[in-house]
Design a protein around this ligand. Structure first.
Ligand code: HEM
Length: 562
């Protein structure tokens, strides 16, 4: 029996390591020990074998997993019983990742509760995990507490089920489909511009992040749920209200941290969320999709909106099957270099049926909300802050935008490719402030990666924020220099030194969509307005980083009409 097994008390026995029950066992034991302490104080200790058992074994249980990392030579801060290194990250992960890596090395670790995390921060090591050794690192952590519709989204799926659904969804994110979706994004931009004009005319400082929140929600509603709404003007619309409740209910904004990491400390927190409300919310989103499906089925094919929901419905109805290996993962040049390594076992080997159930369709629509909403809002907010505080860069963008406007009446999927400086501005924004700055993979088996032993069950966390600010790859990392992303400069760099969308077969499937939305929105805004700082602008910008990376207190600016 190893140390871990010996250390478990009665209350924890039978529970799986790394599962929710495992933590639950810990909670129960804590109560039992409190009671035991009380009884000890009352002099009832002698003769109670169960209590003796707890008193002897419980301290060991509380710290028993904490030898796993050091056994394989991975250094970490000293963990506290039960909570591990939770306190190390109480202010968030952004700066503390760097603190951890500086103190404990480029491959280091920490514990949250009883779960071990291995932090990797060098491009070569990250490449091994995300690409070369993908077959051992296919999944994120287990989604124990997640319910439908989130549970059915590819974010949470594992192994073959993930491969099947991912290959099914890839065509919906292809260039052709994005092209057809562009008018919907343009429509939402029209609404955003009307709303922004009011602020520009007022000449007063305002938090532009709030406007971006509404805009991004409008896009999600339109593209994924088939619902057209101006969420800024209609905060009481049921779709808007339920989306807001969804994010507010999640006390600690789970989004990518829940989805991409699922650290176990969140599980007890999620458990105390009012379940009835959660059920009602989930029911609302599933029903919205089901109603939309009924409506679409009644429409003539020619009348149907060309959106993400429709692609999924088409795939549901299609009798075709999809050949294995059509992983349209990440295609722009840097990204394709990130995928060159062999991906043995990444595609389903058999032909898979192009069929999705209604629940699964709801799950995939939902992922726009959980994976696309906050990331895109934060990218827009950060880009606005950086342009306002770097007026010489904004000037260059404005010039490019004016040249574009002289040539094109309406921006579309094709012509927005002609904005190379804006592309670089967005790329540099995502370097400085990557919204999904940490994402995970679970080691399925014990393995050795570049000479480093990694135990099965370890959650590998990529420290993208640290990587993007490493002066070895990014001289003067705190400076906003879009020219870092010229074609020549990109070729000079290690392709895994820049990972705002992750990489490999499990990288962000919505990358092109996120970039397109960000680019079209900035273009449309800068055709009419420019960003200015004001006394209310927070410089430097305060960040929140407990889940995704975002501005802590919004982005206050002035908007000037052009
Ligand atoms: C600027 C906006 C966005 C950023 C910065 C971003 C970033 C990321 C990152 C870092 C990951 C983890 C990748 C990995 O584990 O290797 C991810 C995964 C994912 N993202 Fe995005 N994302 C963005 C927009 C979107 C949008 C608009 C969608 C649309 C639905 C989306 C859908 C997804 C999905 C489904 C996954 C999980 C893929 C899988 O597990 O197979 N993302 N994203």
């Amino acid at each position: 029996m190893d140390e871990e097994e010996q250390g478990r008390g009665d209350a924890a026995r039978g529970a799986d390591e790394g599962s929710l029950n495992y933590l639950k066992g810990g909670e129960l034991s804590l109560q039992s020990v409190r009671a035991a302490h009380l009884r000890l104080q009352m002099g009832k200790m002698p003769g109670d074998p169960k209590l003796t058992y707890y008193v002897v074994f419980f301290p060991r249980y509380s710290t028993s997993p904490f030898s796993k990392l050091s056994k394989v030579g991975i250094r970490h801060p000293p963990p506290l019983p039960f909570i591990g290194n939770l306190l190390f990250f109480r202010e968030g992960f952004w700066e503390n990742h760097t603190k951890l890596i500086t103190e404990y090395g480029p491959v280091c670790g920490y514990y949250i509760g009883r779960q071990m995390f291995v932090v990797v921060s060098t491009p070569e090591m990250i490449k091994q995990i995300l690409v070369t050794e993908f077959s051992n690192f296919t999944n994120r952590t287990k989604p124990n507490l997640i319910s439908k519709p989130m549970l059915d989204s590819i974010l949470c799926l594992r192994d073959d089920r993930w491969k099947y659904v991912r290959s099914l969804l890839a065509p919906a994110f292809s260039d052709t489909k994005l092209k057809e979706m562009t008018p919907l994004v343009n429509q939402a931009c029209d609404v955003l511009l009307c709303n922004l004009k009011v602020y520009a005319d007022s000449g007063k400082a305002f938090d532009i992040q709030r406007c971006y929140n509404c805009f991004t929600l409008d896009v999600v509603g339109s593209v994924a749920f088939g619902t057209e709404v101006d969420s800024q003007k209609n905060p009481d619309d049921p779709f808007v209200k339920n989306c807001r409740t969804f994010f507010e209910m999640s006390l600690f904004k789970p989004l990518l941290i829940l989805i991409l990491s699922f650290p176990f400390i969140m599980i007890p927190l999620v458990r105390i969320l009012p379940n009835k409300k959660q059920k009602e919310l989930n029911g609302f989103f599933i029903q919205t999709i089901k109603n939309a499906i009924v409506f679409r089925d009644q429409q003539d094919a020619a009348e149907r909106r060309r959106d993400f929901l429709q692609w999924m419905l088409d795939s549901r109805d299609s009798a075709d099957s999809l050949a294995a290996g059509c992983f349209d993962v990440i295609s722009p040049s840097a990204a394709s270099r990130q995928n060159k390594a062999p991906l043995a076992g990444t595609a389903p080997s058999e032909k898979v049926q192009k069929k999705l159930t209604e629940d699964e369709i709801a799950g995939q629509a939902f992922l726009f909300l959980i994976a696309g909403y906050e990331t895109t809002t934060s990218t827009l907010s950060f880009a606005t802050y950086l342009l306002a505080t770097n007026p010489e860069c904004q000037e260059k963008v404005l010039q490019e935008v004016d040249e574009f406007s002289a040539k094109h009446m309406v921006p579309d999927y094709q012509n927005v490719q002609e904005l190379p400086y804006l592309d670089m501005v967005i790329a540099e924004t995502l370097r400085m402030y990557p919204p999904a700055f940490r994402f995970t993979r679970e080691a399925a088996k014990d393995c050795v990666v570049l000479g480093q032993r990694i135990p099965a069950g370890a959650v590998i966390e990529t420290a993208v924020g640290h990587l993007h600010h490493n002066p070895e790859f990014w001289p003067e990392p705190e400076k906003f220099i879009p020219e870092r992303f010229t074609e020549e400069a990109k070729k000079e760099r290690h392709p895994f030194a820049y990972l705002p969308f992750g990489a490999g077969p499990r990288g962000c499937i919505g990358m092109k969509m996120g970039l397109l939305e960000t680019k079209m929105t900035l273009l449309r805004i800068l055709q009419k307005f420019q960003f200015k700082t004001c006394p209310e602008t927070e410089i430097p910008l305060q960040l929140k980083s407990k889940a995704t990376l975002g501005p802590k207190n919004g982005v206050y600016i002035l908007l000037e009409s052009r």
